[in-house]
Design a protein around this ligand. Structure first.
Ligand code: TRP
Length: 445
């Protein structure tokens, strides 16, 4: 066993770090924009089903494989199936992590920029105008990446665990304050109704694919993040309990984000289907309508930055764990190298966000702009493919019995759920994911 891998100091430590990974821009930026573009209540319903049917089972699968092998994604696969072509799945996971990290940090940089702008206007009393010109976007993107690097250099416990402890509950409290303000705006109830009433005619294949991928994205599944975090979990910590907590908490934050955005969209005028800029258009209006809104804005954007940071940390940690475990690189050298690579990969996304043609106008995979295309390729397709292949890998190579034993070894309650879980991982997840992906590729609706 490697000596210096580190472990969470407690079960709470793991739950906080895993929840920190899960809760982030995926809940507060991506979930509302996906819901807005994919039919409101109908999307919410399909999303919740996907969380239960795919999210929770795959979550337990990833954590159990990580804890059993005590490795990063490539190492875990190598340990179960030495020198097999399954290794490629591990590398796909690392590549996906790097690519998500790249554009995710661009959006996180924008959140940071908004926080800084509101803070400045609090001090100077001036108005808030986000220009979003190229140097500004690139600057905040780079700053955010450096912050991520600095946390990951600090190592698993010191770097990651500490962050989530106080600030996540604070984020929830701030969101609730913003929700309450939004709900009291005239016309807000139309938004609540739109968010909660499913219009079944809106459920198309694209909606289902987006909801499924959103579940994987939001829960940090499909690229070995939970696997890697699970590898720092000790043998007597309860995987089932931890997994359920993370899923419930993450879903709660996403639903709250919906309540934060949609009533305001309907009350203050705006288009729910505005796309990836949705929260950046709506929230400033809410803050503008709020007594002391400037201060709430600073607090909110700061906390959202921290939530995004605990997510980017997990993305960077996965790639880092590979180089440190398998190639014996030093931690600091790896983290800085991967961070710089992610900046390079992220530059086109940053240019797209800054509105520079052709980056902001290219049409790829049915999305407009390079950033949205990256999000579709890595945040949607690759995570779904990764989750599917992970199921197949465990079924065919490691064995679901071993996976279930790993979970059961520390969770008595899992005994009664074991059969259901195996059924989902063996049949429901792989077959449904494969059908949804295949239908999308064939171009069926
Ligand atoms: N789940 C995070 C969010 O919702 C993003 C994230 C972190 C992620 N690590 C991941 C997404 C791994 C997919 C895979 O903001």
């Amino acid at each position: 066993m490697t000596v210096n891998r580190g472990q969470w100091s407690s079960q709470v430590g793991f739950v906080l770090a895993a929840a920190g990974s899960a809760v982030g821009l995926g809940n507060i930026w991506r979930f509302p924009y996906m819901t807005g573009e994919n039919g409101g209540g109908a999307f919410l319903l399909v999303y919740l089903l996907c969380v239960i049917c795919f999210g929770l089972p795959v979550m337990l699968l990833e954590i159990s494989l990580g804890r059993a092998t005590q490795r990063n994604p490539v190492g875990a696969i190598e340990k179960v199936a030495p020198r097999s072509s399954w290794r490629a799945l591990g590398f796909l996971a690392l590549l996906t992590g790097l690519c998500i990290l790249s554009y995710y940090s661009v959006i996180a940089g924008k959140v940071l920029a908004f926080g800084a702008l509101y803070a400045r206007s609090l001090v100077t009393g001036g108005t808030v105008t986000y220009t979003g010109v190229t140097p500004e976007v690139l600057f905040y993107f780079a700053v955010f990446m450096v912050l991520t690097v600095l946390v990951v250099v600090g190592g698993v416990q010191r770097g990651i665990e500490r962050w989530a402890k106080i600030l996540m509950p604070l984020l929830l409290v701030t969101m609730i304050a913003i929700i309450v303000r939004g709900l009291f705006l005239p016309g807000a109830m139309a938004g609540v109704r739109w968010f909660l009433t499913p219009d079944f005619s809106k459920i198309t294949l694209t909606v289902v694919l987006n909801a499924m991928a959103q579940a994987f994205f939001s829960l940090s599944l499909g690229m070995g993040a939970m696997l890697t975090y699970g590898s720092y979990l000790s043998k007597h910590q309860d995987i089932l309990r931890c997994g359920v907590w993370v899923v419930v908490f993450d879903t709660l934050v996403a639903v709250l984000a919906g309540f934060m955005i949609f009533p305001a969209v309907f009350a203050l005028g705006g288009n729910p289907a505005a796309g990836s800029t949705l929260i950046f258009e709506v929230l400033p209006r809410v803050f503008g309508s709020m007594a002391g809104g400037g201060l709430v804005a600073v607090v909110f954007f700061f906390l959202l930055c921290v939530a995004a940071l605990t997510s980017t940390v997990s993305l960077l940690e996965v790639v880092t764990a590979y180089f440190v475990d398998e190639l014996s690189w030093s931690r600091a050298r790896t983290v800085w190298s991967v961070g710089i690579a992610a900046i390079v990969v992220g530059i086109p996304s940053a240019l797209a966000l800054a509105g520079i043609t052709p980056w902001s106008t290219v049409h790829l995979f049915g999305r407009e702009g390079f950033l949205d295309a990256m999000d579709f390729l890595w945040g949607n397709l690759s995570l779904a493919v990764g989750s599917l292949l992970l199921c197949v890998f465990v079924i065919s190579r490691w064995g679901l019995k071993r996976a279930a034993d790993e979970i059961e070894s520390s969770s008595r309650r899992f005994r009664s759920l074991r059969g259901v879980w195996i059924f989902f991982v063996r049949w429901v997840c792989p077959i449904s994911i494969a059908i949804i992906l295949a239908a999308k590729v064939i171009g069926w609706s």
